[in-house]
Design a protein around this ligand. Structure first.
Ligand SMILES: Cc1cc2nc3c(=O)[nH]c(=O)nc-3n(C[C@H](O)[C@H](O)[C@H](O)COP(=O)(O)OP(=O)(O)OC[C@H]3O[C@@H](n4cnc5c(N)ncnc54)[C@H](O)[C@@H]3O)c2cc1C
Length: 413
């Protein structure tokens, strides 16, 4: 079997890349180890993601956003960040950057299913699932993978297979890895005072606690803390857990009730030394993982996917070999620096707000107060966090803007 390329890993990032390339007419194979995740009939998927406006634009451009059920997508228009109430807090409001929302909270299983529906509409996309990718052969002019005992050849293999990427390992790409010494507890809750379509984040001595708004009075919590505390939070009785949450939020969102199970995830910062190798490229968590405190992981991965698709599309249209080193290095130059800055910044924030006392605490609280009082700085931060600034792939820009650019290009031909 011969494909234009093979993508290993059909998670949120790999499936987005497959949709983008499939839409551009590529003939590709997508290898995924897990079955399509079920969506709960009642309640919410335990895993949700805060998606930026830039990610929304990419998902719109690949025909996936419209496939998301409206009740599985909730906008957040504001964000409030604080440490100690009397020391000041920062309020971000989407109206200040003339956007209808800062982003949306979407259930991961709902997004995964919408992506899978879109992929089933694209003739050029062949999905192999469930299959476990284990073997990679890299030659000068092509790569080969083995699926169900058969060899599949392609000029390029993309590793979208997550933080423990086997593609990365077999391609001999090294990683820098640093454990945060934290575990994140996630759960769905209800809050009696309502969340006001606001993402709430408080920095606690052991790590940040976020309440992300879901439909109705529901919210998804992500509580990053020490592994011992995370395990205790996961195992304690429901009464003790909600009491701990209310205490941590000083009752700000009213009475909290647990609305589903709890789970915990280890947090590690990973950065691949290279995003590309011979006939190989890495996207998403296979290339980088970041602290979840700003909800950027999937968003960075989806920008990787849109950037790589744009580069591969241009190379193919120019009649070039899409897996040659020159083409792949363009992708690395585009994404690696940006992602490394975000990874360092989030690790820095997590450290800065970790339980230090005295002068450092005073300084960071002054930083929050000052930030809140400088509208241009707040607008800059909002645009950056919403993925609306920087060197974006065309798919990540608003539809109107893309249309205007296409019309301009058509006029200049
Ligand atoms: C608690 C928590 C909260 C988070 N919140 C947010 C948020 O709000 N916003 C945000 O943007 N990010 C968030 N993230 C980060 C986000 O979850 C990840 O960045 C994202 O899931 C990475 O997607 P991916 O597709 O690159 O990798 P993965 O989701 O890991 O997908 C990899 C896929 O590859 C498949 N695979 C792996 N190995 C093989 C193999 N050998 N053969 C075949 N298939 C294989 C897997 O089955 C999987 O489907 C959060 C992370 C955590 C831990």
């Amino acid at each position: 079997m011969i494909f234009d390329l093979v993508i290993v890993g059909g998670g949120l990032v790999g499936a987005t890349l497959a949709a983008d390339l499939g839409q551009r007419g590529f003939h590709l194979g997508l290898l995924e180890a897990r079955p399509i995740p079920p969506l709960p009939d009642t309640g919410f998927d335990l895993r949700v993601s805060a998606l930026t406006r830039a990610t929304q634009h990419v998902l719109e451009s690949v025909g996936v956003w419209e496939l998301l059920p409206a009740e599985r997508v909730h906008p957040f228009r504001q964000m409030v960040v604080w440490e100690v109430p009397e020391a000041g807090e920062v309020h971000f409001d989407s109206a200040d950057i003339a956007e209808p929302a800062l982003g949306h909270i979407v259930e991961n299983a709902a997004l995964q299913r919408a992506l899978d529906t879109r992929l089933s509409q694209l003739d050029g996309v062949e999905i192999f699932r469930p299959v476990k990718f284990e073997t990679l052969m890299l030659e000068a002019m092509r790569a080969a993978v083995v699926v169900d005992g058969k060899k599949i050849y392609a000029p390029l293999v993309v590793g979208a297979d997550g933080s423990r990427s086997r593609v990365r390992e077999l391609a001999g790409i090294e990683v820098q890895e640093a454990a945060y010494g934290q575990r994140a507890v996630v759960a769905t809750v209800t809050v009696s005072r309502g969340h006001g379509d606001t993402a709430w984040q408080r920095f606690l001595p052991n790590g940040p606690l976020a309440f992300l708004p879901l439909p109705g009075e529901h919210a998804s919590i992500v509580w990053s803390t020490t592994p011992a505390h995370a395990d205790a939070l996961k195992q304690m009785s429901e009464t003790s857990f909600v009491a701990a949450l209310e205490d941590a939020y000083e009752g700000r969102l009213g009475e909290v009730k647990l609305a589903g199970p709890r789970a915990a995830f280890d947090l590690t910062s990973i950065g691949a030394r290279d995003y590309v190798g011979r006939r190989v490229a890495l996207v998403g968590d296979a290339a980088h993982t970041v602290h979840p405190l700003a909800g950027q992981g999937v968003n960075l991965g989806i920008l990787d996917a849109a950037s790589l698709a744009e580069i591969l599309g241009a190379a193919r249209d120019a009649g070039r070999d899409i897996g040659r080193a020159h083409t792949l290095r363009k992708y690395q130059r585009w994404r690696k620096g940006h992602n490394a800055v975000m990874r360092a910044a989030l690790s820095g924030f997590n450290w800065l707000f970790g339980g230090h006392s005295g002068a450092l605490r005073d300084a960071r609280n002054m930083g929050l107060r000052v930030t809140n009082q400088i509208p241009p700085l707040k607008r800059l931060l909002m645009r950056y966090a919403s993925g609306l600034s920087g060197d974006l792939p065309a798919a990540a820009t608003p539809r109107d803007y893309r249309k205007a650019m296409a019309q301009r290009d058509a006029r200049s031909v």
